[in-house]
Design a protein around this ligand. Structure first.
Ligand SMILES: Cc1cc2nc3c(=O)[nH]c(=O)nc-3n(C[C@H](O)[C@H](O)[C@H](O)COP(=O)(O)O)c2cc1C
Length: 605
């Protein structure tokens, strides 16, 4: 169960992990024979198993032997998952069901189907029911399993005529055993089908960012999904980015005539854009779609929103700019582009060979459409992303501007770690002067990855034009603060920053309400990283739909909060009490009460 859970949901929450392991808790206490061997008897037996396991597990988790104790709501959550409540509407319950079905197919199916009392019709019916309970992501994993010939035949029979259910068998295997060992890739699995494309629901059926994430989980090749979805070590910051948004409440105002149009237009570093949502820089876009950042660029252009192009993009900046320029779709009115191209921003990782970075910046300036440079400061070395390490990399993958290539070594196949080796970890505050000299005068400079009030103040004093609050989507340093909490820290400890520079933020933004909350706390614009890549799963059109959904949700949130203009947003529209205790009270570089300092080496203490 644990291995299949890691394959199905590498970032499963602790409660889901517990529920997964506890699912069949003391199952032997209620043998199947204690209920009639009929369908009603079977269903009653199964219901009894679930409720008994949930009750026993909850009792065990609440016992004083569990130290530190678990919160009551976590215990309730584990019990609800074990009871498989809300299978269709609760993503985590669905993951649990998928894992149970995958274990059945992988580990128990052959023995089960060879029992004399189980005839072929019966096993085919069981397979059909199993399949119906699984999500598209579960189907994708099942279709990539290495199954016995007999199992394959029966599955073909069970799914016969339902070709829409049969997904692609990618040229990789995602057996969880093999995913733990990079050095020995498993052979390609035998094809169960001859599909025409990956398992993907039609674009028009996706109506939320979560739908896009689920479609990506089902359709991306294992390595792509591991790379895009992964975060550092225990993924706590990655999750906190999202949960901190959820913990902040809204304080809607009513009877304010919100019938008029809502304008989302704003400006980023002096350039008009049609929405405060933009695409954060993400590397290796071609893993997701052959047109990678070029398709992203065309989508952003058509939407009138900003795209930040990564140094580690799959295409040189010139290719991306060409793709945008040759795109026929004019930028929308709200962007005030006057028919010109919306500027792209260039994200810089400083190369250990500084001359290479200098050449890149000169080339970027020569395109005449780069609206500013975002220096990434939260990844002097790459974070430890275990899901990415565990899946072998295709060594033909390249990042042309960085001159980086994928590889596999004793540590794994992590694309971030291996391809990020060109990044110069020696970059320090003093280097901002060097960077300024490399840029044409007047080019706006933003620092991406600011995570404390102390560094925000320092950045403003150093003369940057914008601060980008980011923790790399939780991919760098695990347990670093959720980004929306950093915005609160800035508001509490150095509010003057918001009057001096623009503040951008990203990390965990999945809903219009998240964007709204960040804007209320002083952000000028809000970036999406993984989300844009989940949209890119459907090419340019998918990115457009993804951003349009967020825009629509933001507009609805605004109206329901009684405002129709971004200028009307302010912190009073939020209730942050549930997280206020997590927000530092001072920008000082010390601890509020622990004043102890380590003694010099050699001292006895
Ligand atoms: C696949 C992937 C690649 C990324 N590559 C870069 C990069 O090259 N440069 C950079 O500054 N940030 C990079 N990031 C971080 C994003 O810019 C952004 O900060 C983060 O994804 C925001 O979190 P979210 O994914 O929850 O929206 C990357 C993120 C992802 C998911």
């Amino acid at each position: 169960m644990t291995r299949w859970l890691a394959a199905r949901s590498p970032e499963a929450s602790p409660t889901l992990q517990l529920a997964c392991r506890a699912q069949h808790f003391r199952r032997w206490e209620i043998p199947r024979s204690s209920y009639p061997m009929t369908r009603p008897g079977y269903l009653t037996w199964r219901a009894k198993l679930k409720s008994q396991a949930a009750a026993q597990v909850a009792e065990l988790l609440a016992s004083p032997a569990v130290d530190p104790p678990l919160a009551a709501y976590d215990i309730d959550r584990v019990a609800a998952l074990v009871r498989k409540e809300n299978l269709r509407d609760d993503d985590e319950t669905q993951v649990l069901e998928d894992v149970a079905c995958l274990v059945f197919l992988d580990d128990q199916f052959d023995a089960f189907e060879s029992k004399p009392e189980i005839d072929e019709d019966k096993i085919v019916a069981i397979l059909q029911k199993t399949w119906a309970k699984m999500s598209p992501a579960g189907h994708a994993l099942a279709l990539q399993m290495q199954l016995s010939d007999r199992a394959q035949t029966l599955i073909h029979k069970a799914l016969g005529g339902e070709s829409a259910l049969l997904g692609s068998v990618e040229s990789h295997t995602v057996m969880p055993e093999s995913s733990n060992r990079v050095a020995s890739p498993s052979p390609a699995p035998p094809p169960l089908s001859s599909p025409s494309g990956p398992v993907k629901p039609p674009l028009h059926t996706l109506i939320s960012s979560h739908d896009f994430a689920a479609a990506a989980a089902a359709a991306f090749p294992a390595k792509t999904y591991a790379f895009v979805s992964s975060a550092a070590t225990d993924c706590l910051t990655h999750r906190a980015n999202t949960t901190a948004y959820a913990a902040i409440g809204l304080r809607p105002r009513v009877l304010r005539d919100v019938s008029g149009p809502v304008s989302l237009g704003t400006s980023m570093l002096g350039r008009r854009v049609s929405s405060p949502i933009f695409c954060s820089p993400t590397s290796l876009g071609a893993l997701v779609h052959p047109d990678g950042e070029r398709a992203l660029g065309r989508a952003c252009q058509a939407l009138g929103i900003a795209q930040v192009v990564s140094t580690s993009a799959s295409f040189p900046l010139g290719d991306i700019v060409d793709a945008i320029r040759s795109s026929s779709t004019p930028a929308p009115a709200g962007s005030d582009s006057g028919g010109d191209m919306i500027p792209v921003f260039f994200q810089l990782y400083v190369d250990k060979d500084r001359a290479k970075s200098e050449r890149l910046l000169v080339a970027a300036a020569a395109f005449g459409c780069v609206g500013g440079v975002f220096l990434t400061v939260d990844a002097p070395v790459m974070g430890k992303r275990e899901a990415d390490e565990r899946v072998r990399a295709d060594e033909s993958v390249r990042a042309p501007m960085a001159g980086a290539r994928a590889g596999n070594d004793g540590g794994g196949g992590g694309l971030g770690r291996i391809m990020g080796q060109y990044v110069d970890a020696s970059v320090a505050w003093a280097d901002l002067a060097w960077l300024r000299r490399c840029l044409p005068p007047g080019t706006p400079l933003a620092l991406k990855g600011v995570q404390t009030a102390a560094d925000a103040v320092r950045a403003v004093d150093a003369g940057v034009d914008a601060i980008f609050v980011s923790n790399h989507g939780g991919r760098s340093l695990d347990t670093a603060p959720a980004t929306i909490l950093v915005l609160l820290e800035l508001q509490r400890c150095c509010p003057h920053v918001f009057d001096r520079v623009q503040v951008f933020v990203d990390g965990g933004v999945a809903r219009g309400t998240d964007v709204f909350k960040a804007l209320c706390l002083g952000a000028t614009a809000v970036g999406v990283g993984r989300g844009a890549l989940y949209g890119l799963n459907y090419g340019e059109e998918g990115v457009r739909r993804y951003i349009e959904i967020l825009n629509e949700e933001l507009e609805t949130t605004m109206r329901l909060c009684g405002v129709t203009s971004l200028d009307e947003l302010h912190p009073g529209l939020l209730n942050t009490r549930a997280v206020d205790h997590l927000v530092p009270e001072s920008a000082a570089d010390d601890h509020p009460y622990a004043k102890w300092r380590r003694k010099p080496q050699g001292s006895k203490l």
